[in-house]
Write a protein that binds this ligand. Structure first.
Ligand code: UD1
Ligand code: CA
Length: 434
């Protein structure tokens, strides 16, 4: 489609009360601005992101995931406000879609009704029982007459329930004509983009309101709004995966990153957290397990396991209180209370309770390699770098510091001593053993 998109992201976001710029606050794993850009990319090949406050930081973050985005620096000192933000841009196409950067729930489908309409300005509106925080839209005879910001509104105007959702489709020529005529004669001393509407209306232009689904156009101004937007997004993410074959128990207690993927039939129990770019394939993740940037196939994890970045599990069983980091496990059982870090463990191997890979010496991380059919007894420490070959038994309580050859037993233990009658003497029980 031949439209240009301008995304406004130069504001300070004062109401977030945060050092991090508002548009970089994450929702379901990604900065808010990421979602507006994604929506923009679905409809346009000519995208501008307007920046000012912490521009460098935002640009760096966004260029990590997107190319082809044109960053524009707003002349914020002289022209603050959403109108100022749109000045000095020369869009390629005749139609210009303006999006706020603080609308993480907006999608291609949500934008479609706007893009279909014809008018000098097409603008998104919705009705709210409590319209506070939004600009109020005056609609008469099916056309918009003007927009009044809350801070400039009279009590009567404040009672208007129709609000400006903050997405507009302008004819480029309309922007070119009215942007230079904006003034900052208002409560915030800012150049409001919304004032173009009134001026254009007075010249007999057609300003068409489109009632949109509130959910998709929810603006995030405070951390409370951020939490509300994330809840909506989480519900959508979970619905999508449930519809494609993922069973979820008590989905309201489950958190899933927007980048996570599920393949085949998966089951997630209550309290599960799936973070980052995890890929879960035909697996069962049990209650209160946390998975981050891991690849899990035909496996079970938890309850209460932690699977950390860089982990790959195939045909593996991970039980309760087991932490796995940057390790590849294939056909392995690690049922209880273990830490497996920087390890490679092969088929048929059993990791006893309390096994720890000592992968860090305070300076560097080292690798542990464990072969096939190895039986690691409980309470074993494996001091990396070390290799345990196939068909090995490690006795319970062993500290493995040297490589173990195939077919052997490794054992390091202090021999057990028996001191008879010790208990009765020590506690002066007056008794004696047989
Ligand atoms: C704006 C609208 C309001 C609408 C609401 C919808 C104006 C004047 N008001 O209000 O009618 O109901 O959005 O969510 O447009 N920005 C810049 N440069 C600036 C100021 C802001 O790029 O100088 C960006 C912000 O980063 C943000 C967006 O514009 O992404 C909206 O700014 P914000 O201050 O949140 O406007 P609202 O008060 O929410
Ligand atoms: Ca806003």
């Amino acid at each position: 489609m031949s439209i240009s998109v301008i995304i406004l992201a130069a504001g300070q976001g004062t109401r977030m009360k945060s050092k991090l710029p508002k548009v970089l606050h994450p929702i379901s794993g990604l900065p808010m601005l990421h979602y507006s850009i994604k929506a923009a990319q679905s409809v346009s090949d000519d995208i501008y992101v307007v920046l000012y406050h912490q521009a460098k930081l935002i640009e760096e973050e966004i260029t990590k995931s997107f190319d082809n985005i044109k960053f524009v620096l707003q002349d914020h000192e002289n022209y603050p406000g959403t109108g100022g933000a749109v000045m000095n841009i020369e869009p390629k196409h005749e139609k210009v879609l303006v999006l706020n950067g603080d609308m993480p729930l907006v999608t291609q489908e949500a934008l479609e009704p706007l893009l279909k309409m014809d008018g000098d300005i097409v603008m998104s509106v919705f009705d709210l029982p409590d319209p506070s925080g939004y600009g109020r839209v005056i609609v008469k005879n099916g056309e918009v007459q003007g927009i009044v910001e809350e801070k400039d509104a009279t009590d009567k105007q404040k009672s208007i329930k129709t609000v400006n959702a903050g997405v507009y489709l302008f004819k480029k020529e309309v922007l070119e004509r009215y942007l230079p005529l904006l003034s900052n004669d208002n409560a915030q001393k800012e150049y409001y983009l919304t004032d173009i509407v009134k001026m254009a209306k007075e010249d007999g232009r057609h300003i068409v309101p489109v009632w949109v689904e509130e959910e998709a156009f929810k603006g995030v101004n405070s951390r409370y709004d951020l939490a509300c937007a994330e809840e909506i997004m989480q519900a959508k993410i979970k619905e999508k995966w449930m519809r494609s074959g993922v069973t979820m128990h008590l989905p309201s207690t489950i958190y899933i990153d927007s980048r996570a993927q599920f393949i085949g039939e998966c089951e997630l129990e209550n309290g599960v957290t799936i973070l980052g770019e995890s890929i879960i394939n035909d697996s069962h993740i049990k209650a209160h397990t946390v998975v981050e940037d891991a690849d899990i196939k035909s496996s079970t994890c938890g309850p209460m396991a932690r699977i950390r970045p860089g982990t790959v599990l195939v045909d593996t069983h991970i039980g309760n209180f087991v932490e796995v980091k940057k390790s590849h496990l294939k056909g392995v059982k690690a049922g209880h209370l273990s830490y497996l870090g920087d390890a490679e463990i092969d088929e048929g191997t059993n990791i006893g309770a309390g096994t720890i890979t000592c992968n860090y010496d305070g300076i560097s991380k080292y690798k542990t390699t464990i072969g096939k059919n190895v039986f690691i007894g409980s309470d074993t420490q494996i001091v990396a770098p070390v290799t345990i070959e196939d068909d090995v038994m490690i006795a319970a309580g062993t500290t493995v510091t040297k490589d173990v050859k195939s077919g052997s037993l490794a054992i390091s233990r202090t021999p057990q001593k028996i001191v008879e009658n010790f208990f009765h003497k020590f506690f002066r029980t007056g008794k004696k053993d047989g």
